[in-house]
Design a binder for this molecule. Structure first.
Ligand code: MTE
Ligand code: MO
Length: 554
């Protein structure tokens, strides 16, 4: 615990020494078999992180206690284990992005040495030290610490007259104190780290320098010709959403999700910290012309805003793992164009577009989707601000119509075109390889279990089928026997969710009711009522079924 505490303090003070604690926890996540992680991350949502950290703390205390006992009985074995721990800790730390190597190794060794020193001070203070043990009679016989006849206890008693021994209670007290001090140091270290962490600050307003005027034209004096050869850089923005795209109904969520409320799903315990001045995006693999972009390069290209609903394949029917953002970025197709990629040139070797994060996480989807005209973005803005650290600062992918796990790489640093054989992070962990978003709808303005008073009840919410759009939403108040067409808000964009409301006349209807909603997409296909959870039941490719709630009217 003392060792962890010191390591955490160093991390708090110097951010390029990774948190050994986080590194170990992260290693646990990365190495845990797929099925199990799926349950951990997706079923517990973001609660998995406290759970993991708690088990690490408990685990550490147990290992520490074990080592404490070993250090008395078998000091060489204890030392060997400490050595192994050091190697594991360093290995885990090096899997973290942006590591200062020497400082990290020094931290781990220093922290473990301090831990050993404290242990040895404690045991000798308690008269339990191996040296003391040997000086006692019968030292070869093994015995439990609890056994009053054990050599360990006797040796402690033998020392008790010399003023250095502290007795069993004192030993436990001191060890407890050391553990508590270690834990406190972990706390302080995490607090310090939290202060430097980018998530501590609200994301800055996105500033795109006005690079619209090509500088090369000035000298040539043939501005028009040059302008024709080199397409002008444009920074397109969207007008504020049409007021008619939002319905004024109590309990309706905002059409554009505020960044602080945007759902959050990823495998990291801590968002990577990225310096935009050194950050690079490389486009490589089966491309004609591998290229690298700096953050400035991206901002200097044509940019645009796009309203895109992002959703997680793990979202349960009626769940909250779906949000709508106004993203700013460069078209992914423009980035690919710079690398010499076009739709006609896609071959087997470049069939898949893999997005790789600085933390090693990967997503992958058909390259063709990036070039079929949809507004797939290399995004650096959300709702007019830079991306929040948790949502991928500085740059991520956003692909309308695909679930996050196949497409929405946060902390993006590499785009690689490769063949379809490569399996990205969640595919390696058994999820379905193609991830088109299924048409879904949700009731928001009335909650399961609500007791409503007779009168008109506004049953409303959102429906989404990103890239296909929503053409119809129906609400049933009789468990699916009959369906009533809901009023639709104006469609903000086919890539966005769409609000609906059904004014239910429940004026003369006391009793219990089962409410359901179903949506039809822009192609005329109605979502299936077949109930299926996100995971299991034939792969992970998104939950299906109608959102269903029970209410009573009085
Ligand atoms: N680097 C990285 N990117 C990632 C993930 C991740 O674990 N690591 N999770 C993906 C998944 S499964 C989803 S649903 C979306 C969620 O994006 P959000 O947290 O910004 O809502 O990010 C995707 N991008
Ligand atoms: Mo996801």
């Amino acid at each position: 615990m003392v060792a962890f505490g010191l390591a955490e303090l160093v991390h708090g003070l110097f951010e390029r020494v990774p948190s050994i604690f986080v590194a170990l926890a992260q290693a646990v996540i990365t190495l845990t078999p797929g099925e199990f992680v799926t349950r951990g991350i997706e079923a517990l949502g973001t609660a998995d992180i406290p759970v993991l950290v708690t088990s690490l703390v408990v685990g550490t205390l147990m290992v520490a206690a074990l080592l404490g006992i070993l250090s008395v009985r078998r000091p060489s074995v204890a030392l060997l284990i400490v050595g192994i721990l050091a190697v594991v800790a360093v290995a885990a730390a090096f899997a973290q992005p942006g590591v200062a190597a020497a400082a990290t190794i020094l931290t781990v060794i220093g922290a473990l040495a301090a831990g050993c020193a404290v242990t040895s001070a404690l045991t000798s203070a308690a008269g339990l030290a191996p040296g003391a043990e040997k000086s006692a009679p019968d030292s070869a016989a093994a015995g439990s610490v609890n056994d009053p006849d054990s050599p360990v206890v006797r040796s402690r008693e033998a020392h008790s007259g010399r003023g250095t021994a502290v007795g069993r209670a004192g030993f436990l007290l001191l060890s407890g104190g050391a553990a508590a001090a270690g834990l406190a140091a972990v706390g302080v270290g995490r607090l310090l780290a939290g202060q430097n962490a980018p998530e501590a600050a609200a994301p800055k307003k996105l500033e795109i320098p006005d690079s619209a005027k090509p500088t090369s034209n000035k000298a040539s004096g043939k501005a028009e010709e040059d302008g024709a050869k080199k397409p002008t850089v444009k920074h397109e923005t969207l007008p504020p959403p049409d007021p008619e795209a939002s319905l004024d109904v109590l309990g309706m969520l905002p059409l554009i999700t505020p960044a602080k409320d945007f759902y959050l799903i990823d495998t990291v315990l801590q968002s990577p910290r990225i310096d935009v001045n050194t950050w690079k995006l490389s486009v490589k693999g089966a491309v004609e012309n591998p290229v690298e972009f700096s953050y400035k390069d991206l901002l200097g290209m044509s940019t645009r805003e796009a309203d895109v609903t992002l959703s997680c394949v793990s979202n349960e029917v009626g769940g909250g793992l779906v949000s709508n953002g106004r993203w700013t970025g460069v078209l992914l197709s423009d980035v690919l164009k710079e690398a010499g990629v076009s739709r006609e040139k896609i071959t087997g070797a470049s069939r898949q577009l893999v997005g790789r994060s600085v933390d090693g996480w990967t997503s992958g989807f058909k390259t063709d989707i990036a070039l079929d005209g949809r507004e797939a973005l290399v995004a650096f803005g959300l709702n007019g601000s830079e991306l929040p650290a948790k949502h991928g600062y500085p740059v991520r992918l956003v692909v309308p119509g695909l679930y996050g796990y196949v497409s929405a790489t946060k902390w993006l640093t590499e785009i690689e075109l490769t063949n379809w054989n490569f399996d990205a992070y969640w595919i390696q962990r058994t999820w379905t390889k193609d991830g088109p978003v299924k048409t879904q709808s949700r009731i928001d303005t009335v909650k399961d279990g609500d007791s409503l008073s007779a009168g008109t009840v506004q049953v409303g919410g959102v429906a989404w089928a990103p890239h296909r759009g929503i053409s119809k939403v129906e609400v049933s108040t009789d468990d699916g026997s009959s369906w009533n067409e809901a009023r639709l808000a104006k469609q903000l964009d086919d890539d966005s969710w769409r609000q609906y409301v059904y004014d239910w006349d429940a004026s003369s209807a006391s009793g219990d009711y089962t409410l359901q909603v179903r949506a039809t997409d822009g192609d005329g296909d109605t979502q299936t009522g077949k109930l299926r959870p996100p995971h299991g039941g034939g792969g992970t490719d998104g939950a299906t079924g109608y959102h269903t709630i029970q209410v009573s009217v009085a």
